[in-house]
Design a protein around this ligand. Structure first.
Ligand SMILES: [Zn+2]
Length: 150
């Protein structure tokens, strides 16, 4: 195993845990994080007709929380890839009135926004709904959609 890449704790289906190398991390469209992991096993290899025990890397993917960080490991070197459709899909519209600015959150395909708007990702969209100056669109009801995703 490479020492340059951090290790994470992975729980196997039978309950035991192993330490595996984290190759990368990806956020999927539903907001979940998936890790690409490497574990080196010892496996039988035939060399000139003789059985030999040799290291064999196994690479697979598992989600958080099956994969848990280990205290002291540096994950800053791990690439975080984001699924293209997870990026900036929700619409945030700025509406100005005499009482101030309000941010209206819309589903990606809502036709209601008429003012200045920008696209945000799933986490930002969900966080926005917790703010006092933000409201969900009453037509497309993004709050109902977000509840099912988070
Ligand atoms: Zn809307």
């Amino acid at each position: 195993m490479s020492t340059a890449r951090p290790l994470a704790s992975v729980t196997l289906p039978d309950g035991q845990t192993v330490r595996a190398v984290v190759l990368d991390r990806r956020q999927e469209v539903d907001g979940s994080y998936w890790y690409t992991l490497e574990l080196v096993l010892i496996s039988k290899v035939d060399r000139f007709g003789q059985p030999r025990a040799e290291p064999q890397p196994v690479i697979w993917q598992a989600p958080y929380p099956v994969v848990q960080p280990i205290a002291g490991e540096d994950y800053s070197t791990v690439t975080v890839r984001i699924a293209p459709t997870a990026v900036q899909v929700w619409l945030v519209e700025e509406r100005h009135s005499a009482t101030g600015t309000v941010h209206v959150l819309h589903r990606p395909n809502c036709a209601q926004p008429t003012g200045r708007s920008e696209r945000v990702g799933l986490e930002d969209a969900a966080a926005l709904l917790g703010h006092d100056d933000a409201v969900p669109c009453t037509v497309c009801r993004p709050d109902a959609g977000l509840r099912g995703l988070i």
